[in-house]
Design a protein around this ligand. Structure first.
Ligand code: GLU
Length: 387
């Protein structure tokens, strides 16, 4: 079985990043700085995402295009905009972008939701988990979350900066099994494909698989010369480096190829696949188990111990017998069984005060007590390592 087909076997959740150049109306003969959103391309991707959804995959979108859409609407055709001008473009463009997605997805009976993130939301563990829970709740309801950076108010210091990087963070945040970056290039070439092949210079070849991002790979990625988008191949490679260390494969493909989504899901060799193998999946768990300091302990009852160990379930309030330590939401905790034996480690969704109040309660009673601050799982299985 090819690597591509093998990866497809394990996919349930996909993050798709759509670059500005993929949904621009540049094909209508406009210059890069004059173009705006292409409703046709947005409709095209709404149709494709509907097909993937119907196959049973969950989809989270990361879409650029806000600044481009705002530029067009404000008729800012010049190259150098001031920061407030760019932010004005983003705020006008973002609502237009969402409106366009909403209408396109509505035709396919799919609801969309806007989530705007900044580095602050993702760097702080509590807010990181909050964003994760919101996206999970949306996916549970069959909604397609559409994420962008909160460009209109985010200041330079806390900017993520490019949506390639944002999409990698989102893929890790939601524990996706695949990140697809739709760009206007075919993938990574082994040399600059725009250089004319002179005698002695070989034609650039598309690299089909990258299993390690080393200096050579970073060097051949070169720099972006596209003024419409923030990222070039470099940001895509850095994004892939991040997802690879979390065991998530990343595909960089040409989103202007109308059949690219079908090709990907048929396991065809399109674009460049960044994939370091399954072993890397353990990295995140390794981080939880070994890198984080434990901020307290939870003793769980026999029923919960069995559910965690034998059935791979999450830990619910009802299974917690004892709470020890002074901890906050998002801290790492050690799990003990009734005999005091350490059985695992995980990231907790409650602080010690709240967990003390709901320990041992059935889900319905815990929900009543916590109201808006209720989380179904005390520790979600994705945030849990069993020893
Ligand atoms: N967030 C920017 C926008 O929506 C795009 C950033 C990028 O292209 O990487 O315009």
């Amino acid at each position: 079985m090819t690597v591509r087909k093998e990866i497809l076997k394990d996919i349930k959740r996909v993050v798709i990043k759509i670059g500005s150049s993929v949904i621009s109306n540049r094909d209508k003969g406009r210059s890069q700085l004059e173009c705006g959103l292409s409703k046709d391309w947005i409709r095209h991707y709404a149709r494709k995402i509907k097909v993937i959804r119907d196959k049973g995959y969950e989809v989270v979108l990361v879409s650029s295009g806000a600044i481009m859409a705002g530029r067009e609407r404000l008729e800012f055709g010049r190259a150098n905009l001031t920061v407030p001008e760019k932010q004005a473009c983003a705020s006008i463009g973002q609502s237009f972008l969402m409106h366009t997605y909403e209408k396109a997805f509505e035709k396919k009976n799919l609801m969309v939701a806007q989530i705007l993130l900044s580095h602050d939301d993702l760097g702080n563990r509590k807010r990181y988990l909050n964003a994760k829970h919101t996206i999970e709740a949306l996916l549970e309801k069959g909604v397609v979350p559409i994420i962008n950076e909160n460009d209109s108010v985010t200041v330079e210091e806390i900017k993520i900066g490019d949506n390639d990087s944002l999409s990698a963070t989102v893929a890790c945040l939601v524990d996706a099994q695949l990140l697809i970056i739709l760009s206007d290039v075919n993938g990574l070439y082994d040399r600059d494909p725009s250089l004319k092949s002179k005698s002695g210079v070989e034609k650039a070849q598309l690299v089909s698989l990258v299993s390690k991002v080393n200096e050579d790979i970073e060097r051949i990625a070169g720099k972006s010369n596209n003024r419409l988008t923030v990222g070039g191949m470099v940001t895509k490679i850095l994004a892939a480096k991040k997802t690879m260390s979390f065991g998530i494969p990343t595909l960089v493909v040409n989103g202007l190829d109308e059949k690219v989504i079908e090709s990907i899901f048929a396991g065809k060799e399109v674009g460049t696949l960044f994939w370091a193998g399954k072993d890397k999946i353990r990295d995140r768990k390794h981080w939880i188990a070994h890198t984080l300091k434990s901020a307290g302990t939870l003793t769980v009852d026999e029923g919960a111990r069995k559910a965690l160990i034998e059935r791979g379930k999450s830990l619910l309030p009802v299974g917690v017998i004892k709470v020890k330590g002074n901890f906050e939401f998002g801290n790492a905790l050690t799990l003990l069984d009734e005999s005091g034996k350490e059985i695992g480690r995980g990231l907790v969704n409650y602080n010690s005060r709240d967990l003390g109040r709901i320990k041992g309660l059935k889900t319905s009673a815990a929900r009543k007590m916590m109201e808006d601050s209720f989380y179904e799982e005390v520790i979600h299985r994705d945030d849990l390592v069993i020893f």
